[in-house]
Design a protein around this ligand. Structure first.
Ligand code: AVI
Length: 323
């Protein structure tokens, strides 16, 4: 552990490169090919995602921020004072600023897989909240992990913040496992504030993942740049195209990368063949009804305590209670 600033502590539990290589090898050896969506997020991927959140078509972030702005005080009333606020995936600084101002936790603990993104965002936050104790942790929370131990004599209550509908990027089975891990890490009696994207008109969904400026396409393709850089790959990124559509059977948006031609690429000394029009499945983004979401979290040991939504019921922030 190293201290980067007086009030910032940094815990590095970043996964080893072998773990990325194994997951990429396994994904590209299965049929149909797939890659874990978490590998979008190197420094460039996180910056592209920030751009996505500002696109006119990507309603999710705007909706969630407007819900937070409108209901911050009410949300804060559901949370014990002097708590530890754990953020899963240190996302938009705009959202966390609203929450930190309303909740005033004793400690803010952001968890993120991208070290650079994490450090940049906590440094910016520390300037805004000079007295806030920050414990930033670089970790892949999609795998088993433990919250860093804080050698604190009293046991403050823990509140998790899992914004942006990131839970939607996990298949329901995996989402339940992740929620169970959060339940175990935070403990009974803790809270979890989750942002979830609600099922809606397919045209709206389609536009959100196929923006006119093609930022989402660059974000999707960035997974190949990330693999090339980290795993000594020679994938020709220009030979792939972005593809995103709604899959009604699973109630999810899917993103794929389509090979434009028959091609071969080498990654860490291993050869992979991609046929013309073959897809690599890169992301699922599940869209829930409030009912289906409630069923999912119940399996993981959470009870819905309160729900805040926008006028058009596009997005919801749900307070869950670990029982
Ligand atoms: C981070 N996550 C919730 C985003 C989503 O909408 O599934 C990632 C994203 N993919 C394409 N655009 C944004």
């Amino acid at each position: 552990m190293t201290a980067t600033k007086k009030k910032i502590q940094f815990h590095d539990l970043h996964p080893k490169l072998e773990s990325m290589r194994d997951e990429v090898f396994t994904g590209l050896s299965t049929h149909p090919k797939q890659l874990p969506a978490k590998y979008f997020y190197d420094q460039r991927g996180s910056a592209l995602f920030d751009k996505i959140t500002q696109l006119p078509e990507y309603y999710l972030t705007r909706c969630e921020i407007s819900i937070l702005q409108q209901y911050a005080d009410d949300i804060a009333r559901h949370i014990a004072p002097e708590s530890i606020l754990v953020e899963y995936g240190s996302g938009s600084s705009q959202k966390i600023k609203i929450l930190l101002e309303a909740v005033q936790p004793a400690i803010y603990m952001p968890l993120d897989i991208s070290k650079e993104h994490l450090l940049n965002s906590v440094n910016a936050l520390a300037t805004h909240f000079p007295d806030l104790a920050i414990h930033a942790t670089c970790v892949d929370y999609s795998k088993p992990w433990k919250l860093p131990t804080l050698h604190d004599s009293h046991k403050p209550s823990i509140v998790g913040f899992f914004p942006g509908s990131s839970i939607g990027n996990f298949e329901p089975r995996r989402a339940i496992e992740l929620l169970q891990r959060i339940h175990d890490a935070q403990g009974i009696g803790s809270n979890l504030l989750m942002g979830i994207d609600l099922l809606k008109d397919i045209k709206v969904l389609h536009a959100a993942y196929n923006d006119v400026q093609k930022i989402t396409a660059q974000f999707n393709l960035n997974i190949l740049h990330h693999i090339n850089r980290e795993l000594h790959g020679n994938i020709t990124v220009d030979y792939f195209s972005h593809c995103a559509f709604f899959n009604p059977k699973h109630s999810r948006m899917e993103m794929h990368l389509t090979s434009n031609l028959d091609q071969i690429a080498h990654i860490s000394g291993k050869t992979f063949h991609f046929r013309m029009n073959e897809n690599i499945h890169t992301e699922n983004s599940y869209k829930y009804s409030l009912n289906s979401f409630e069923q999912l979290v119940r399996i993981a040991g959470f009870k819905v305590d309160a729900i805040w939504s926008d006028d058009q019921q596009q997005f919801a922030i749900v307070n869950l209670h670990a029982v």
